[in-house]
Design a binder for this molecule. Sequence first.
Ligand code: NA7
Length: 543
Amino acid sequence: NLNVASEDLDVLIVGAGFSGLYQLQIFRKLGYSFKVFDVAADIGGTWYWNRYPGARVDTPAFIYTFSAEELWKDWNWTEKYPSQQEMRAYFQHVDDKLGLKKDITFNTRVVSAEWDDGEHRWTVKTDNGLVVQPRFLILATGSLTVPYIPAFKGLEKFQGVCHHTGRWPEEGVAVKGKRVAVVGTGSTGVQVIQEIGPEVGHLKVFQRTPILCLPMGQEKLDVETHIKQKPLYPTYFRFRLQTFAGFPYNPYPKDFTSSTPEERILRQEEYWAKGGFQSIGAFNDTAFNQESNDGVYAFWRSKVRARLRDPKMQEKLAPTVCPHPIGGRRLSLEQTYYEVFNQDNVDLIDLNENPIAEFTSKGIVTGDGKEHEFDVIVLATGWDGVTGAMTKIDIRGIGGQTVAEKWKDGVYTNLGMTVSGFPNMFFMSGPQAPTAFSVGPSCIEPQGDWIANVIKHMKKNHLTKIEATPEAEQIWRGMVMSIHDKLLVRNARGWWNGANIPGKPAEILSFLGGVPTYFNRCTEVAENGYEGFVLSGKGNGQA
Ligand code: NA7
């Protein structure tokens, strides 16, 4: 496939993480010509890049995988929530089974893509001089792939070791006994802090917003457990598409506001003991009712405070008033995060009281004028999420407009997979789909199937161009926004709504109507002959 003539290329897939690999094996089975480009040196996407200390999946591994039996029947996870190293071993296993790597061009970054409306093809260029002209362009570029490093004054002056977590060096960084700073307390910061906390000499955590962490409930898994569980895997893989967030469970069906105080306590204690995201003990009304949200928060706060010795730390990490509605920002799973803040050699610097003024050759100066000296600074400052990987590529559709220009004031898509003005371009795990609010692989497979089915339909009917209509985009955007506006998430700010990136329009970037509703709509659109799209064939007019 690597030698296919450019003008005969059916599909270019950008990215070789879960999404790209899923597409690769589909098109290979269909016998279509395709290429896959990835800037990394190996497969795995997110799990290739995120090699910072403590990096770990926080979804139970048995559903955080491809669903094909040939890929799980002789693969056994060692932990319920596996490490990044084990995720990489999993991807290697997938390659051992399917031999995917031989069809991928690594170390190759796609820098531009231009639509040719005469030929009905894209012209795609890479940073190492490749030029290909696929009929279809599939952006499997991931939702958290473009690191965000704030424009800290003097950052370049620091003489010690400083890395963003998403670009951690393969050979690692020695932190034992060192003076270490962690800037940022999202899910990534949590994992780094609990991993390195016990071994560093001194740790200073620079926190702007406290994160709500839940007990992970980590378990070691033995082969017997897998033997018992595997007969149920196919059922779980189907069920994950029937639940709101693609997990193997649904929200509790009762409202907090109509439950008795005893019911509330018993339910919350029962779920807390389970571990995982469900341990927040959310009720049916927690996402939209402030009283329910406050009640769930009060329970969480009491549990976390009980683990912290110092009342000042209690207030910093589990404040009296919830920093944002529960469900408005992503929760995180922890194992020993809070215990780290009981250590004598750990300080928390609240950036709301004492912001970062500048970086110096020795460390970080805070607003109070104090210089904090470090050997290592970890930037756990997040990502230009969901849209960043797409807007970074110079993608020019009809009339030469770029995706970045089109989305300058807000995102427009049809079904969270296509963009009007950008024919024959599909994206996975991107904006206005449920991805950020669900389990990655749960959405990737049906999105991948939907896209492959469109392409199959077009080839079968000798069609060469498909484009979403601007009207369909307006309707889809309206639906995404109207669901969001009913939920308390509207009062939160973070990567879910782009508010973490200066200058990026702050608006919800995900479809929050749930996984089943989303895919039912996608299926309906296909069954109605791709309503909301215009399909045509080169030389044979409108279809
Ligand atoms: P997140 O969740 O976006 O967290 C980034 C953290 O960095 C967060 O605590 C931010 O504070 C902090 N941050 C960002 N900019 C600054 C500046 N300028 N100064 C200080 N602190 C800053 O990214 P993660 O990588 O942790 O997690 C991303 C996802 O990966 C996660 O949700 C899971 O889905 C897996 P803030 O909260 O904005 O006040």
